[in-house]
Write a protein that binds this ligand. Structure first.
Ligand code: AMP
Length: 414
């Protein structure tokens, strides 16, 4: 299948060619025909699948056809996404795909002064990419009207709910015209997500792109059993040994991310942290440094990492295992993108073995264990709770409560 066969207009085909895209990705192949027919879409897919192009190309094609040079530009398409990084990245992609059209897009997000954003809005835009808070803020101040929206995208809905944006989303929905095309994307489809999608979409077509394809086929996964105290040493060892062009290290907490960067610096390894407590400028600078290869090691929390899109990301290290198994799939999906194959290494300490079992259950495979490493922790089992601490429950403190109890081995997911 080629992009031409998808009936795309010449300005878009030229832009895709200039980007070096030769073939649509599966989500593009499936979604573009649906969206060109102006049907609503429920997309189950994560970042890294080519999702942004899948939704923005048809929107650009519609808007381009409908442009009236005699009329003042109105915001006719709204894309709402949870994080600044994602918003910036989507806007950048739209500018790329629309560069041979007359369409204008802009991006707004919180945490920075609004002046440059309101100036851009006043000059007139066709496509607005926004995070929920700043969007509502600028609507309240009269800088934005959603009256003319014809194409609405809610991106990363699961992350939106996790971040507590549900009320903001409902406020935004209330301001949208009834007649519109709506697109809804989420990496996971929990009942709360489906319920939200029902409020937004009218009889949608559904497209599901299994994240498993990325994990099973493209990413070389392994797990290292290591005690909590040895994690930094193992990280230093692996960074030095692997000499990867770029390494993304995941930490469960912001504080943890800062600590890892500090420890790496003590070992002579330069790294940067990105997370919600860092200012927007610092985050963008770190991210650009990472993308351009000046920063080889980036330490991120899950939310901050959602927007990371690095072509040559070769190594992902889960310094902490996520307590939500789907997050593992998101994380390792950062590597092994369209062209490259990647490697994902997970550290697992005694307290995290229940998480590992949950992940293996989800991805329906055992992650190969690397025993031949200097910090291999041979303690086979989660320690009885009273030996380690006085907690009755041996799961980590911030674990989500789960119905199933951890079983006694970590190697078997079934
Ligand atoms: P996304 O899932 O939208 O974050 O896209 C992931 C990455 O894939 C981005 O770097 C895109 O530029 C790239 N990409 C999207 N579509 C294609 C394609 N058809 N061929 C090659 N790369 C693509």
């Amino acid at each position: 299948m080629t992009f031409k066969e998808l009936d795309l207009i010449d300005p878009i085909l030229r832009a895709l060619e200039a980007e070096g895209y030769t073939q649509p990705t599966p989500i593009q192949e499936q979604s573009i025909p649906i969206l060109l027919k102006k049907r609503d879409l429920l997309g189950c897919a994560q970042t890294g699948t080519g999702k942004t192009a899948a939704f923005s190309i048809p929107i650009i094609q519609h808007l381009h056809a409908e442009v009236d040079p005699k009329q003042k530009r109105q915001i006719r398409s709204l894309i709402v996404t949870p994080t600044r990084e994602l918003a910036l990245q989507i806007d950048e992609s739209i500018k790329t795909y629309a560069k041979f059209t007359q369409l204008k897009s802009t991006v707004i997000f919180g945490g920075v002064k609004q002046l440059s954003q309101t100036k851009a809005l006043q000059q007139g835009v066709d496509i607005l990419v926004a995070t929920p808070g700043r969007l509502l803020d600028l609507i309240a101040q009269g800088f934005i009207s959603l009256k003319h929206i014809k194409y609405f995208v809610l991106d990363e809905a699961d992350q939106m709910l996790d971040m507590g944006f549900i009320h903001d989303i409902k406020k935004i929905l209330a301001k949208l015209p009834e007649r519109r095309q709506s697109l809804f994307f989420s990496a996971t489809m929990a009942p709360a997500i489906i319920e939200l999608s029902n409020q937004i979409l009218g009889n949608p077509e559904k497209v599901t792109i299994q994240p498993k394809q990325t994990t099973a086929e493209k990413v070389d996964q392994s797990v290292y059993m290591v005690s909590k105290d040895d994690k930094v040493k193992l990280l230093v060892h692996l960074i030095n040994e692997k000499e990867a062009a770029s390494t993304l290290v995941f930490s469960r907490t912001k504080h943890g991310a800062n600590k890892i960067v500090k420890k790496l610096a003590q070992a002579g390894i330069e790294a940067e942290a990105i997370h919600g407590n860092k200012s927007q400028n610092i985050r963008v600078k770190a991210l650009n440094g990472f993308k351009e290869g000046r920063i080889k090691v980036l330490v991120a929390t899950d939310i901050a990492a959602r927007g990371i899109d690095v072509e040559e990301l070769s190594l992902v290290i889960n310094y902490d295992l996520p307590n939500v198994p789907e997050t593992y799939v998101h994380r390792i999906g950062r590597t092994g993108r369209a062209k490259a194959s990647g490697e994902a290494i997970s550290f697992c300490d005694a307290e995290e073995r229940a998480y590992l079992r949950d992940i293996q259950k989800l991805i329906k495979q055992d992650i190969p264990l690397v025993e031949d490493q200097p910090f291999h922790d041979t303690s086979k089992e989660e320690k009885p709770a009273k030996k380690e601490n006085n907690n009755r429950n041996s799961r980590p403190k911030n674990s989500r409560s789960r119905k199933q109890q951890p079983s006694s081995t970590y190697g078997n997911h079934s």
